[in-house]
Design a protein around this ligand. Structure first.
Ligand SMILES: Nc1ncnc2c1ncn2[C@@H]1O[C@H](COP(=O)(O)OP(=O)(O)OP(=O)(O)O)[C@@H](O)[C@H]1O
Length: 240
């Protein structure tokens, strides 16, 4: 679970400062996808960056499984990120020369080192293969990114983000490069994996209306001017 408790973040802006997050309170619960939407500049990326420990807020607490990410040193934040957080970006960002399976194994090894756990390689390989099957890429482990469709690449990115068994999944506009049908499939997959693995998933999207038919996105929060508006029913949030 991630808890944002009274989190404020400002950036320098000419002579003054611009407020990206303004006293944000939000719980991202385990086993559910919390959708974060809102207009450009409302603070969505800033909230993800703070959750990932990439940016330190001016004030407030960001609790990730009880650790205050906002107070950690940069190296401790990096270690927490590698051990407990999975991230999926707008583009899949796969390494062109690696096979699908190796994309997962490389990330898994990083998590193993960072977490100081002696997870055996065989275990990691089994985990990678199980994840590839779960995201519908059973049998594609030897392919390389250029042999995959956009939706398949994004599925690899999702599997890679989960291979070290993070408790938190941060997802930034994962569907912007996909058509509506593929977009819905990718988000359905995220809902399924989130429930099954009990991750606390925070999904940023600006086009909520494209996800109208996806079940399991009950929790939608909308940002405006750095603030979280009260959680809204999904249709109302899409129209606001
Ligand atoms: N590094 C920075 N320096 C100065 N201002 C910044 C910086 N990063 C973000 N901002 C400002 O903080 C506010 C929130 O930006 P943020 O990128 O979090 O919004 P967003 O909702 O993710 O927007 P988008 O949907 O366009 O990605 C905006 O006013 C933006 O201009």
């Amino acid at each position: 679970m991630i808890t944002f408790d009274d989190v404020t973040l400002t950036h320098p802006d000419g002579a003054g400062r611009v407020t990206a997050l303004d006293r944000v309170h939000l719980d991202v619960l385990d086993g559910a996808v919390t959708v974060l939407t809102g207009p450009s500049g409302s603070g969505k990326s800033s909230l993800l960056a703070v959750a990932a420990g990439l940016v330190r807020p001016d004030s407030g607490r960001v609790l990730l499984d009880g650790h205050d990410v906002a107070r950690l040193s940069p190296s401790a934040a990096a270690s927490l990120r590698r051990g407990r957080i999975g991230v999926v970006f707008q583009q899949a960002n796969l390494l062109p020369s690696l096979t699908v399976r190796d994309q997962l194994l490389v990330m898994g090894e990083l998590g193993v080192v960072a977490g100081g756990r002696r997870r055996r390689r065989r275990e990691l390989r089994e985990r990678a293969d199980a994840l590839l099957a779960e995201v519908g890429l059973d049998g594609s482990g030897r392919r390389r990114p250029h042999q995959l469709s956009g939706g398949q690449r994004q599925r690899v990115a999702i599997a890679r983000a989960l291979v070290h068994a993070p408790s938190v999944l941060l997802v930034d506009e994962p569907t912007s490069a996909l058509d509506s049908e593929r977009a819905a499939e990718v988000v359905e997959l995220l809902v399924h994996l989130t429930r099954e693995r009990r991750t606390a998933t925070l999904l940023v999207t600006h086009d909520l209306d494209r996800l109208d038919d996806v079940a399991g996105l009950e929790r939608v929060v909308r940002m405006r001017d750095g603030r979280i508006e009260a959680p809204l029913p999904r249709r109302a949030a899409a129209q606001a």
